[in-house]
Design a protein around this ligand. Structure first.
Ligand code: TRP
Length: 348
């Protein structure tokens, strides 16, 4: 069986937080070591970030470096994966133009993730055309590398559906040169959409409810100690609720059985801790201190690696440049097949 190919990425519109990490980044790090993939492309999607940050290009530029550092800090290995910058692979833009014919405006307006973003960004009826069309550009990103597998967060499901539709239409109308990709989601439900520290549905910079991969130990500790729990759990003796209790959602995403022996030896498992909390008699502070220790164990090595890489930014740029050259080569190959399929390969 031919080996599979991964393409995935993130918009550089800020630093990455632990929602990005458990939602997909941690899984990408694990996948690079499986040997299941012939190639792994990780893209910093600056072109997509500009669709709604076009007036703030310097923020996008700075964030490219931050995201690259977050990737390397989290453990992505440039010897195993190709990290590149979207704008440096112009083949993607050309593919986008051709795919634009294969989607309707009505279909673009139905994309639930784009719809939610339009609302959140208050575009109302002034939606930039580039923003509305970014799912088409995302289809170009994925198909340019003939990706079979796209590890992303749950919010990207509609993009994958649209990509698959574009692939099917292209292959039907022209020649079957494009590959239909599959989404790869985090297996653990709590990781699919990690809530903000305030209990709100999503971590988002504008809500100020994020724990960043680059946060220092003290900042993480402080954010954990002020996290949203169960508002009816006032005294330790009160019975507590787990539903919507952010501290327990984070524990579901990060805690492993061995953490108990290390940081909270009165319990052997998360189930036992949850039982006690629900019965009453277990205070929030104790659970939060445990969570802070669990998080610190996972985040400390990331933070240290990140800081090491941050000492040599020119080296980061060199890595991104090399990655972008490799990505261009792969994308150019697909583009040439696409041109042939579309009968625009005049000089061949
Ligand atoms: N939409 C993704 C995000 O918001 C970034 C992205 C752009 C992407 N192109 C992609 C992800 C292709 C996976 C595959 O972060």
């Amino acid at each position: 069986m031919p080996k599979k190919i991964i393409l995935t990425g993130d918009r550089p519109s800020g630093k990455l937080h632990i929602g990005h990490y458990v939602g997909s980044l941690r899984q990408r790090v694990a996948l690079q070591a499986t040997g299941e993939y012939a190639q792994i492309f990780i893209m910093i999607a600056d072109v997509q970030a500009l669709t709604d940050n076009f007036a703030d290009p310097e923020k996008v530029r700075q964030s490219v470096t931050e995201v690259a550092l977050d990737y390397l800090g989290a453990g992505l290995d440039p010897d195993k994966v190709t990290i590149f910058i979207q704008s440096q692979v112009p083949e993607l833009t050309e593919l986008t133009t051709y795919y634009m014919n294969l989607v309707t405006v009505a279909r673009l307006e139905r994309n639930p993730t784009v719809k939610a973003e339009i609302k959140q960004k208050k575009f109302d009826t002034n939606i930039p055309a580039g923003f509305l069309c970014y799912p088409v550009s995302q289809a170009a990103d994925i198909t340019a590398f003939k990706a079979t597998t796209v590890p992303v967060g749950e919010d990207q499901k509609p993009m994958l559906e649209q990509t698959r539709e574009i692939v099917r239409r292209f292959n039907e109308i022209y020649t079957p040169v494009l590959v239909e990709p599959d989404i790869l989601l985090a297996a653990n439900k709590s990781c699919l959409r990690l809530p903000g520290t305030d209990g709100k549905a999503k971590m988002s910079k504008s809500l100020g409810n994020c724990i960043y991969l680059s946060d220092d130990a003290e900042a993480v500790q402080k954010k954990v100690m002020s996290m949203y729990t169960d508002p009816t759990h006032i005294r330790a003796s009160d019975p507590g609720h787990l539903d919507g209790n952010t501290v327990f959602t984070y524990l579901d995403a990060f805690c492993r059985p061995e953490h108990f022996a290390r940081y909270l030896a009165d319990y052997v498992s998360l189930d036992e801790l949850k039982d006690h909390y629900q019965r009453g008699g277990l205070g929030d502070v104790k659970v939060k201190k445990f969570l802070a220790a669990v998080l610190e164990e996972e985040l400390a090595p990331i933070r240290q690696r990140r800081a090491e890489y941050a000492k040599d930014i020119p080296q980061i740029y060199a890595m991104l440049k090399q990655g972008s050259l490799e990505a261009r080569e792969a994308a150019a190959q697909t583009l040439s097949e696409v041109r042939q399929a579309m009968h625009i390969n005049y000089w061949e």
